[in-house]
Design a protein. Structure first.
Length: 400
């Protein structure tokens, strides 16, 4: 193994060997622990991105690491031709805590969405329903089914054609939805709290419209909880903030605690839609990833989700104070729990760069939104540290 001596050396090697599709931070990582990432040079960064909402328990959580090591020593991969206790136990925990009837494990969020679309289409084809509706601002993955229900030109241009019978509507536009839904509508797909779209919640009136139309036209509701689920908003799902229970839910990111793991959850009336052999995966439900998922579930319901609520409230209060201090820069504080967004009057990317200079890692999304996704174990002191860095950046912007 090549041992790099500087981040720049790693950057140059990556540029020579890999497709240049990522806008990476100029940091080569040596170690990560808790809410901290340490570079090769020894600089310590406060991580308020957590692998884009993946490291729910932070980096190197001891119980998670122990479970992964134990499972790896037992067996790492068998394929889904065998019964495997880690899969079954995690599925039981998900059923127990969510009330859904069936679970299918995948490797990622986009695979979970592909499976959810297949499940919905299978259900719909028996009823003459084929059209799937998605919404602008939504992000569901990079595969063709997911892209077909997203309005993201950068991800789609030049890669057409996409799936037929897919429609993309404005988010939170009830009238546009009323005009679009008809008897052949098979499913509506939405993030109840959009991440890539700028940390934007579905409006209650919009959700009520979806439910009203569902009763009239009998389509499925698919909730994408890949980013906003697994306790990030202080509740297990972001749709738990509404009086709604979608028919299908997709999960990934935080549920694996750092390992590749996704899941489809389906309500009881869908449990027999798929017959044996209709869907499958080689690596989905990998026993090591499921062992990690079991720890994540236990920790979430053992106090971590409560921490997301309480420290999330503290984070929101701090961000609102910042908004009062810098109203010309911070236009709006968005989000819930530990999924926060600052809508700025200036481009967000330069602000992220300035935060990095102050050893805080955040993310820009929707052009003018700073996205904050710290591990769910984050403390008030670490929120104070992030707040101080943001305050210093806002002062810097105000004087330049």
């Amino acid at each position: 193994m090549n041992i790099a001596v500087s981040s720049q050396e790693v950057i140059e090697r990556e540029q020579k060997a890999m497709f240049q599709v990522y806008r990476r931070l100029p940091i080569a990582v040596r170690h990560a622990s808790g809410c901290r990432i340490t570079s090769i040079e020894g600089d310590s960064y406060l991580d308020f991105l957590s692998g884009i909402a993946v490291n729910a328990l932070g980096h190197g959580h001891p119980r998670l690491v122990d479970a992964v090591v134990r499972q790896a020593k037992s067996f790492m991969h068998l394929s889904n031709v065998f019964y495997q206790e880690p899969q079954i136990e995690l599925a039981e925990l998900l059923v127990q805590h969510t009330g859904y009837a069936r679970v299918f494990f995948s490797n990622s969020g986009t695979e979970a969405m592909e499976g959810a679309l297949k499940l919905a289409r299978r259900w719909g084809n028996m009823r003459g329903k084929t059209e799937i509706i998605g919404f602008m601002g939504g992000f569901h993955g990079r595969t063709y089914g997911a892209l077909s229900i997203m309005a993201k030109p950068l991800y789609k241009d030049g890669m057409e054609p996409f799936l037929p019978n897919a429609l993309i509507l404005p988010f939170n536009d009830s009238e546009a939805l009323r005009r679009a839904v008809h008897r052949k509508t098979c499913a509506i797909v939405l993030e109840f709290l959009q991440g890539e779209g700028g940390i934007v919640f579905a409006e209650p009136e919009f959700v009520n419209t979806i439910l009203e139309l569902q009763e009239q036209f009998e389509f499925l509701i698919i909730a994408d909880e890949v980013q906003a689920g697994a306790g990030r908003t202080g509740k297990f799902f972001s749709f738990d903030h509404f009086l709604v229970k979608p028919d299908i839910v997709t999960m990934a990111k935080g549920i694996g605690g750092g390992l590749p793991l996704g899941a489809i959850l389906a309500a009881e009336h869908l449990e027999d839609v798929w017959a044996k052999g209709m869907h499958g995966t080689t690596f989905g439900g990998n026993p090591v990833a499921c062992a990690a998922g079991i720890v994540v579930m236990r920790e979430l319901y053992g106090g971590v989700m409560r921490n997301a609520r309480e420290v999330g409230c503290y984070l929101r209060t701090n961000m609102m104070i910042l908004q009062q201090q810098f109203p010309a820069i911070i236009e709006e504080v968005r989000g819930c729990g530990l999924m926060a967004g600052l809508k700025l009057s200036v481009p967000a990317a330069p602000v992220v760069e300035e935060l990095l200079k102050r050893f805080v890692i955040a993310n820009a999304t929707a052009d003018t939104v700073i996205r904050l996704l710290p591990p769910l174990i984050v403390t008030r002191l670490e929120v104070d540290e992030c707040t101080a860095a943001l305050q210093d950046v806002c002062k810097h912007i105000s004087t330049t």
